[in-house]
Design a protein around this ligand. Structure first.
Ligand code: NAP
Ligand code: G3H
Length: 484
């Protein structure tokens, strides 16, 4: 990493450094060192990036699908070759532990290859009119899928590579061109990933990037007339703000969550505790799919809390450069202050700290809060940090009711040995995905991934993402009118 270098943006096949504004310094949450400098783009420079994408789109749509796929395979190989460099950058830029950083890059390369495979095999269909009452076999609709145009991909800080690639790959295979706006904290890693994609040989203008603070450039890009689709991942607050500005632009929104782990009396408590600790504290709880509350039946609550405590106290806490560390400094002081405030106010209202509760600058120790009640903010708010509330419930019905009272609806887990009961509960939970006997998680990345209520709209997952960013185009052949 050249720390003094200002990272330019990829615009129309060239890396360009903003000429107009002072660069933004990205500092490491690990030690405050400079990770890199970013261009803070002006409106005119943003216009150039969007114009490049618009200009390239028609020829990219016409580019043969097998050749698009070849570029994806090559990009995946280049990404893997740079795994050390990119993962080292992730470690310093967003304080992700090295093992998770490596796995993020490898997973992204896998996703690109899988996207190429799926993109190659997508087929259209032919429909005869006589399958509808009164219709005729003389009419036949040839339905293919066409790109939506130029996709604005906006990614969050916590997966700078994967949550950018999961938008870029499917958008490109669908024939769209892309403008990536990465999170400012995470943008250096994202730009390194884009370099690999570009070096695979993408034609100029097919993939472009824009940098600048979301609060400064965001409104301008999301409401730009030449953006045809927005694929956003981030907080519910920013997602709702974008929705309020973009009434006729189609969107996919992957937003916040408050995923519940519901633990029933017949669950294997050791297995549940292993999964919950992994789900709640990996990358310090900074995952949309982290376990963010436990709803446990009273009769097994003491046993579960004891097992959780033992496991949490074995977690390694500290510098992400050290081997085996799970809990690392949070991405910013603001995040650490927010999580600490949620913990403090819960304790003031009667929650018990079972373990944790300690802070050193932005490093919060993994914390388990027991006897959390529904009048506490921590029962409802997404902390995005290593704190896990335990809410004890008297019945399965109460667990479902509290799970569904949340404004969020990303995922839920149900731990039980009774599969029939698990399915009955799953049917009642208002979420995108229910995990039976597993922590919430996004992958495998070919599965549908979606949130309901304030957790989002639209569906991701390789095939679903390609379908979301393309639309059907029907050409109807009227055979009878051609006779004679
Ligand atoms: P964030 O603050 O909402 O930022 C997300 C992205 O939006 C960043 O690129 C940000 O740029 C940009 N942005 C900010 N204001 C904008 C505006 N007015 N217009 C357009 N873009 C704007 O979220 P975050 O802190 O990076 O990520 C954490 C949140 O994301 C959590 O709530 C988490 O649950 C959610 N998340 C959800 C999923 C999912 O799949 N459901 C996955 C990952 C994360 P700047 O960085 O420059 O501000
Ligand atoms: O932060 C949100 C990510 O989409 C979560 O992915 O479940 O693989 O950590 P993950």
């Amino acid at each position: 990493m050249n720390q003094e270098k200002v990272f330019g943006n990829l615009i129309d096949g060239e890396w360009r450094v903003s000429q107009e504004n002072q660069p933004i310094e990205v500092l490491s949450p690990v030690d405050g060192s400079l990770v890199g400098k970013l261009s803070s783009m002006s409106h005119q420079e943003l216009d150039q990036a969007i114009a490049a994408a618009k200009h390239a789109q028609k020829s990219w749509a016409a580019y043969p699908v097998y050749r698009k796929a070849q570029l994806m395979y090559k990009a995946a190989d280049l990404l893997e070759q740079r795994v050390e460099e990119i993962s080292d950058c992730l470690v310093m830029e967003i304080a992700k532990d090295k093992k998770s950083a490596v796995s993020e890059v490898i997973r992204s390369a896998d996703l690109l290859r899988y996207t190429a495979d799926v993109g190659k095999s997508l087929q259209g269909e032919a429909i005869f009119g006589d399958s509808f009452p009164g219709g005729s076999r003389d009419k036949m609709s040839c339905v293919t899928r066409v790109p939506v145009g130029t996709v604005l991909a906006i990614s969050p800080f916590n997966y700078p590579v994967n949550l950018a690639i999961s938008k870029i790959g499917p958008a490109l295979m669908g024939g769209n061109t892309v403008i990536l706006k990465p999170a400012t904290q995470g943008a250096v890693s994202a730009l390194m990933m884009v370099q690999a994609l570009q070096e695979a040989g993408l034609p100029a203008g097919v993939l472009n990037t824009v940098t600048g603070l979301g609060s400064v450039i965001g409104d301008y890009v999301v409401s730009h007339k030449d953006v045809n689709f927005i694929n956003f991942t981030g907080s519910t607050e920013v997602g709702q703000h974008i929705s309020s500005l973009t009434s006729m632009t189609p969107v996919i929104m992957e937003l916040g969550g408050k995923d519940a782990a519901i633990v029933l009396e017949d669950a294997d408590l050791d297995f549940a505790a292993d999964n919950i600790v992994d789900g709640a504290y990996s990358y310090s709880g900074q995952r949309c799919t982290a376990v963010k509350r436990i709803l446990v039946l009273d009769s097994v609550a003491d046993q579960l809390v004891e097992k959780l405590k033992a496991r949490i106290e074995r977690l390694k806490v500290g510098d992400p450069r050290e081997k085996g560390v799970t809990v690392t400094p949070l991405v910013s002081k603001k995040s650490a202050d927010f999580v600490e405030h949620l913990m403090r106010t819960a304790v003031e209202k009667g929650a018990h700290i079972v373990t944790g509760g300690k802070r050193e600058e932005n490093l919060l120790y993994p914390t388990l809060l027991d006897h959390v009640t529904t009048d506490m903010d921590i029962a409802w708010v997404e902390p995005f940090g290593p704190v896990l509330p335990v809410i004890r419930v008297a019945s399965v019905e109460e667990a479902i009711e509290i799970a569904n009272r949340s404004e969020y609806g990303l995922q839920s887990s149900v731990f039980t040995n009774n599969l029939n009961k698990a399915f009955a509960i799953a049917a009642q939970l208002e979420v995108g995905t229910v995990q039976i006997n597993n922590k919430p998680e996004r992958g495998p990345d070919n599965f549908p991934f979606l949130g309901v209520k304030s957790s989002g709209m639209g569906t991701q997952g390789v095939r679903y993402s390609i379908e979301s960013m393309t639309r059907p185009k029907a050409v109807t052949i009227n055979l009878a009118s051609n006779e004679g």
